[in-house]
Design a protein around this ligand. Structure first.
Ligand code: ATP
Ligand code: MG
Length: 388
């Protein structure tokens, strides 16, 4: 029995004239992600992407890959069969045997995209329902709240029969809304922030500030691993690793301790913008959440955000830590994020960080440093690693 994957597209159906651009981007992404697994025929029709494995290419792995493609709201496996009621009923009984064994109630939803097919959708549904009932007497038909919805779709060339649907990644296809630079630490928050914005159709670059020897090689590898996990959703990600030690030492030596974190974060934003512009990104993304730490009060966010001109997206700004953790678990970054390696933010942390900094005081503190030269030096030392 031939099996395919049916991927339902989400918001792109709403996109009017842009629709074909969205669809071709989505097809391109699905093809590229499946390519390492084997040969698949991928096509789109009426807001459904069809993925047909060829030459024994695996179905389960392809399903797992497709569930992480943004722009797809649901995913299911389906049996392909000839367009006549005998074959359709027989295939439904055989193909769904295991799934129906495990449930008590079901409903058949039929759709006839090919209007030349002799039966109407309700007639198709009734016939398939009757044959499932006679084959599986433990079942009961139930129109509202059935345990399992069986779908029969009559398309141009074939009929498709499917059962259980799984949620897709949702959102919009990667790259349809441009490119942005994620400030990626090894923590819980920033990978979630990157995932949320990539889900809105952004292609991601990432920048990581690295303070060797205060932070270890393991800390750097952990960040690369987080980027690799994100690339399973967002496609290729180039991580720019920025040497940050000299900047941190200069701040420690020349500025008041209370301002250390704020000034450090201003350097991060300047350098992130520099890397972003260099790589064609038009926004920055951080994992900041209002009030979570001293550097995330309104005044602190203002002091750090004011050094850059690109828009700064902070998708977690209104989320509680518990909500962020739930998402980190869902997307599979949590276990890596909690590995106990130091981030450069935890090096030289002040005992009494400023929580309501005045911009002019921050600027006065910063005037002890040669900001431009330090930014140039760090930028010149950037190392790039591409994942995905
Ligand atoms: P996270 O869990 O993402 O590390 P956090 O709650 O620890 O966030 P901060 O350490 O104040 O918060 O960092 C706020 C944001 O600044 C992070 O979400 C991230 O976007 C960015 N950031 C912090 N440290 C780094 C770093 N070493 N490299 C790149 N970006 C960083
Ligand atoms: Mg952090």
């Amino acid at each position: 029995m031939q099996e395919v994957l049916l991927l339902k597209c989400g918001e792109l159906v709403l996109k009017g004239l842009n629709r074909s651009r969205f669809e071709s981007r989505l097809l391109h992404i699905v093809r590229a992600r499946l390519q390492p697994l084997g040969q698949y025929k991928v096509s789109i029709s009426q807001s459904t992407v069809y993925v047909q494995p060829c030459d024994g290419a695996p179905v389960d792995e392809a399903l797992a890959v497709c569930m992480r493609v943004f722009g797809i709201v649901s995913v299911c496996r389906a049996a392909v069969c000839p367009k006549n009621m005998d074959d359709i009923c027989r295939t439904a009984c055989e193909y769904l045997a295991q799934e129906l064994h495990d449930v008590r109630t079901f409903k058949v939803e039929a759709r006839r995209a090919d209007k030349r097919f002799p039966l109407t959708s309700p007639q198709i549904g009734a016939e398939v329902g009757a044959s499932l009932l006679s084959r599986y007497p433990h079942l009961r038909a139930k129109m509202e709240g059935a345990d399992r919805v069986v779908k029969v779709e009559i398309r141009e060339e074939h009929a498709y029969i499917s059962g259980r649907r799984m949620a897709g990644a949702g959102g919009m296809p990667t790259g349809t809304n441009g490119r942005a630079m994620l400030l990626l630490s090894g923590g819980i928050d920033s990978p979630v922030a990157g995932h949320m914005m990539a889900r809105r159709g952004l292609e991601l670059g990432a920048v990581h500030f690295f303070s060797y020897p205060y932070t270890s090689e393991e800390a750097r590898d952990k960040v690369l691993e987080l980027a690799r996990i994100l690339s399973g959703y967002a496609g290729k990600i180039t991580v720019s690793v920025v040497p940050f030690t000299h900047i941190q030492q200069e701040i420690r030596d020349k500025c008041d301790e209370d301002y250390f974190t704020l000034i450090m974060r201003r350097f991060m934003m300047r350098l992130a913008e520099r890397v972003a512009v260099h790589q064609g990104c038009s926004a920055l993304i951080t994992g900041e959440s209002l009030g979570q730490v001293a550097s995330q009060t309104i005044e602190s966010l203002n002091a750090t955000g004011s050094v850059c001109t690109l828009p700064v997206f902070r998708p977690l700004i209104g989320m509680d830590k518990e909500e962020i953790v739930v998402r980190a678990r869902q997307i599979g970054t949590f276990e890596t994020s909690i590995l106990p390696y130091e981030d450069c933010c935890t090096v030289f942390t002040p005992r009494h960080p400023q929580t309501k900094p005045k911009l002019e005081n921050v600027q006065a503190q910063e005037s002890a440093l040669d900001v431009d030269a330090l930014v140039e030096e760090a930028f010149a030392g950037v190392e790039r690693v591409t994942l995905g």
